[in-house]
Design a protein around this ligand. Structure first.
Ligand code: 0WK
Ligand code: BGC
Ligand code: BGC
Length: 924
């Protein structure tokens, strides 16, 4: 008779007996017996007390209460959905701990919806005592040996096997395949395992065994396997209840109620771990002297007290302790004891189940007792049976009280008075003990009359259920691999960033020398940053970013006041005729002048024109090509100042004195330089991206003179247009480039700036959807729309303060029907794309500051960079990632990033002011 026996219990001195301490001594044996059996009677009131106290502990634990530590653990299992029957494939299941001193290996084939059910093949292995109590490595090596022994009997390959690990002990799970053992229970006490990730221990043991390559993709508690193994036809079961050597239950809780999970949608399966329930108030009154003795003699005294009143590992021992005491009192077996009654763990669940079985009949009862070496009179046999009935009835009723607590919880979270629920049951107490389920059902009906509970025995002890979870885990693991493969090209290595920095340095040098280079290194005719002596009122235009602004800038001593107005440049105008565009610009200026009471005044004007211009002077610049969604006709190759003046003339507007044409990088550098003289670099990371810096004039071959410096507009957006970035470009970048209005151009910009990051993300999401990784592979209409995924979503989604639920909300507003796993993946895609952008931008800045340092032959350079641009300013991590990359690639430069407060319009006005001051000086 194989068995689940309390081989874990060790004898300890000083065991106590019945009747209860402090109560008058009963006169005759039957009274004494009744007195003894009565202790196992639990009243309905006591059951309700246990029900509500357990419910209280469940809610405390769900709420994350740490101290006093709730009596139950409520452990999330990362199983978020019950199977939808589509799971397919062959899986190995390793069961450890559910049924005492045995380990079971199963081969389960899931046929998905179409196929019929294939009976799993399985093999059970007895775990030697010394293995259950020895070093952890020995236990896991034993498991790995059993695995290969079992697989040797099957016609299966040695590669690519997927395993679900049914590990029936309390664990902190941090993923479907990552679980740390909190404490052993039941007959196990291996060293070096508590606090460890049991999946890793098993993987290491399988590795050491070396015969099969098995991927452990999921670890599952037996209650979860039981619930998931519920026959789809009858379920879905939303509660899994196990009463085997130990006892426990799991159920589907609303994720938003689980404090440790940052979730607000959907459900998650919680392993209650009610075995540790031990609230003195509720349990004290029903906890007998026998329970205390059993607990003190157990492997884990003080722990799992509730389990020790219900679990199959303990029922036999409780019966033995009661019988032993009744013998000591001379009430049983004429007071003559026997080796069985003296040796802990000698009475097994099977014995109790048989003796408790009314249908077994006296003969069978005698047979069991003889097997136990107990010779007795009939009356003794009846008494023994009564003891078994008392112990088991109590166990079933206590189990019912605990289950009723879960039912109350489900009623509460489902706001349903009457609840119809299916409970999957598993474990040898259910299988072997004839009356356990019926007593449980009865008691549940009494404690939760408004709940319609159907008890569904799980098929093959949850093996199928574990295979289901493994299938889900395998699918998620496969998705994760596909996600990693897709995002791998976005994860730039240090070496790759150093290469970008080096290539940019080379391109800068070539560009300055006028050699073929993707960096045009355009002289800006800005020779100095403001020195604070500028004075006057200036008009400024700021075109090329998200907004077109007209500004009035009043420069006084050390103080600059700005009044500005934002005007929009509709797409049809940005991509219409140049004449229309510049006419619109003049209309805005006139509107601004009227509003500011400047009509008729001709203030010096600085024009921030954020596009590549070959400047022939401070107020003369030929537009080389449009970027960033602009393509107005008849402008490229034209002097944009002339185009503006022409528009002023056409509009018969007041003559404006356009003094300076400034790139937004230059305007930003000047604007920040006004407060900080170290500011010698300008950086824009907004709709587009670019940088400028103060270069030694001697290195600017296209401008005469070799003393002093001049600000160079790098136009780094075009870096790599010569293919030098080919090794970094992904097919998502190629898709975005091909769909842009300037394919093949601004390749660096298209990997970094706000106009494109959202599109890169959209193409990656489409790709992952086509692989079935996202949105269950469904066709998502909204994702087909260009620019639907705005870059600002990246900034919002990646914000640390956002819980996953808020990420989902943003994505659902977009029309994306997603699960939490989907939301997590979208978040990772955004993080990968923005991180690459920030690192590439950082590599560019590192190239610039290193050049300045070497230009000035400095050991160490301290320099500030004026920055502007929506992406840089609003993205939660972009700026810190840029700074981090610069520190990594230019360790001899101390770089401070100054976020421009007033935009480059102020800078343009200051450039104008400097020009006016210089012009003033030459005039006097
Ligand atoms: C604000 C500056 C403007 C620049 C813009 C770039 O005043 O010159 O073009 O930042 O950022 P975006 O608006 O493209 O995000
Ligand atoms: C363990 C649970 C398990 C239960 C039933 C208990 O001892 O702590 O994790 O579910 O036994 O096997
Ligand atoms: C333009 C640059 C500008 C940058 C930032 C790029 O597309 O070519 O001139 O500085 O965008 O706005």
């Amino acid at each position: 008779m194989d068995s689940i026996g309390p081989r874990g219990l060790q004898q300890r001195e000083g065991a106590l007996g019945c009747p209860q301490e402090g109560l008058p001594c009963p006169s005759n044996s039957s009274e004494l017996v009744q007195e003894c059996l009565q202790q196992f009677e639990v009243t309905e009131a006591q059951l309700r007390q246990i029900q509500s106290s357990l419910l209280g502990s469940m809610e405390q634990a769900l709420g994350g209460q740490a101290s006093p530590a709730p009596a139950v653990r409520m452990l999330p299992t990362y199983v978020g959905s019950i199977p939808h029957g589509t799971e397919q494939g062959d899986f190995v299941v390793l069961e450890l701990g559910a049924s005492g001193a045995s380990l079971r290996v199963l081969w389960v084939t899931l046929m998905g919806t179409e196929g019929c059910k294939i009976e799993p093949r399985s093999q059970e292995f007895v775990i030697p005592q010394e293995v259950m109590l020895g070093p952890g490595q020995q236990l896991f090596d034993f498991a790995a040996r059993c695995l290969s022994e079992f697989l040797d009997t099957l016609p299966v390959g040695k590669q690519g096997l997927q395993l679900g690990f049914n590990f029936s002990f309390p664990c902190h799970q941090t993923g479907l395949d990552k679980s740390t053992l909190i404490s052993w229970t039941k007959g196990f006490k291996c060293s070096g395992v508590e606090g460890q990730d049991v999946v890793q221990l098993l993987r290491d043991a399988i590795q050491r065994q070396g015969t099969y390559s098995i991927d452990v993709v999921a670890v599952v508690n037996d209650t979860v396997g039981t619930m998931m193994g519920c026959e789809p036809g009858v379920g879905p079961c939303e509660v899994g209840l196990v009463v085997d050597t130990g006892t426990n239950a799991c159920y589907m809780e609303e994720a938003r109620h689980v404090a440790v999970l940052d979730e607000d949608r959907g459900r998650v399966c919680i392993s209650v771990e009610w075995g540790s329930f031990s609230d003195d108030g509720a349990l004290g009154p029903v906890w007998t002297i026998f329970d205390r003795t059993l607990d003190q003699e157990s492997l884990n005294p003080g722990a799992q007290r509730f389990e020790k009143m219900i679990g199959g590992l303990y029922l036999g021992e409780l019966v033995r302790l009661v019988l032993a005491d009744l013998v000591r009192r001379g009430v049983l077996f004429d007071g003559s004891t026997s080796p069985v009654l003296l040796s802990p763990g000698s009475i097994l669940l099977e014995h109790v189940a048989e003796m408790d079985d009314p249908s077994a009949g006296a003969a069978r009862l005698h047979a069991v007792l003889q097997f136990l070496g107990l010779n007795l009179r009939t009356s003794d046999a009846e008494l023994v049976q009564q003891v078994c009935v008392a112990v088991c009835t109590r166990a079933a009723r206590l189990c019912a009280a605990a289950l009723a607590a879960i039912l109350s919880r489900l009623q509460h979270i489902r706001e349903q008075r009457s609840l119809q629920i299916a409970v999957a049951t598993g474990g040898r107490v259910f299988e072997r003990h004839p009356r356990f389920l019926s007593i449980l059902q009865e008691t549940v009906k009494c404690l939760a009359p408004e709940c319609g509970v159907s008890f569904i025995p799980s098929v093959d002890g949850g093996g199928q259920g574990v295979a289901m979870v493994t299938a889900v885990a395998a699918r998620l693991a496969a998705h994760r691999r596909l996600l990693e493969e897709t995002l791998a090209p976005f994860r730039l290595t240090h070496e790759q960033l150093v290469a970008v920095q080096r290539q940019m340095r080379e391109a800068m040098a070539k560009g300055l020398k006028g050699k073929p280079s993707s960096l045009r290194m355009l002289p800006t005719y800005v020779r100095a940053t403001p020195d604070g002596s500028e004075r006057g009122d200036f008009l400024a235009l700021d075109l090329g970013g998200t907004n077109f602004r007209v500004l009035l800038v009043h420069v006084a001593s050390g103080d600059v006041q700005i009044t500005n107005q934002i005007y929009s440049i509709p797409e049809y105008m940005a991509q219409g005729s140049g004449q229309q565009l510049f006419d619109h610009i003049v209309d805005c200026i006139v509107d601004f002048q009227q509003k500011q009471g400047l009509s008729g005044q001709s203030l010096p004007l600085g024009f921030t024109f954020s596009f590549p211009c070959r400047q022939l002077g401070l107020d003369k610049g030929i537009l080389m090509n449009w970027t960033k969604g602009f393509s107005a006709s008849d402008c490229e190759g034209q002097d944009v100042v002339f185009l503006l003046r022409e528009a002023i003339r056409r509009k018969k507007a007041v003559e404006l004195n356009v003094v300076a044409l400034v790139n937004d990088t230059v305007g930003t550098m000047m604007s920040c330089g006004y407060e900080n003289p170290h500011c010698e670099v300008g950086l824009i990371v907004g709709t587009g991206t670019n940088a400028c810096y103060m270069e030694e004039l001697r290195n600017v071959t296209s401008v005469p003179g070799d003393s002093g410096r001049m600000c160079i507009n790098m136009e780094w957006g075009a870096f790599g247009d010569d293919g030098s970035l080919g090794m970094l470009s992904t097919h998502f970048d190629a898709r975005v480039d091909q769909a842009s209005i300037n394919p093949g151009r601004q390749r660096f910009e298209k990997m970094i700036s706000g106009m494109y990051l959202g599109e890169i993300v959209r193409h990656i999401l489409l790709h992952l959807t086509s692989l079935g990784v996202l949105f269950r592979g469904q066709h998502i209409q909204c994702l087909q729309t260009r620019d639907i995924f705005k870059t600002k979503f990246l900034s919002e989604i990646e914000s640390d303060s956002l819980a996953l639920r808020q990420v989902r909300a943003i994505l659902e507003d977009l029309g994306l029907p997603l699960t939490s796993d989907d939301a997590l993946m979208v978040l990772e895609v955004c993080q990968a794309v923005s991180r690459r952008a920030a690192q590439l931008c950082g590599a560019g800045v590192a190239a610039v500051v290193e050049r300045i340092r070497e230009n000035r032959d400095l050991e160490k350079l301290t320099v500030s960079v004026g920055v502007d641009g929506t992406l840089y300013k609003l993205h939660p991590h972009f700026s810190s990632l840029v700074a981090e990359t610069v520190r990594e690639l230019a360790p001899r430069c101390v770089v401070t990033f100054l976020q421009s407060k007033d935009g480059s319009g102020k800078g343009a006005a200051l450039v104008t002011a400097v020009a006016c001051r210089l012009a003033q000086m030459t005039r006097v």
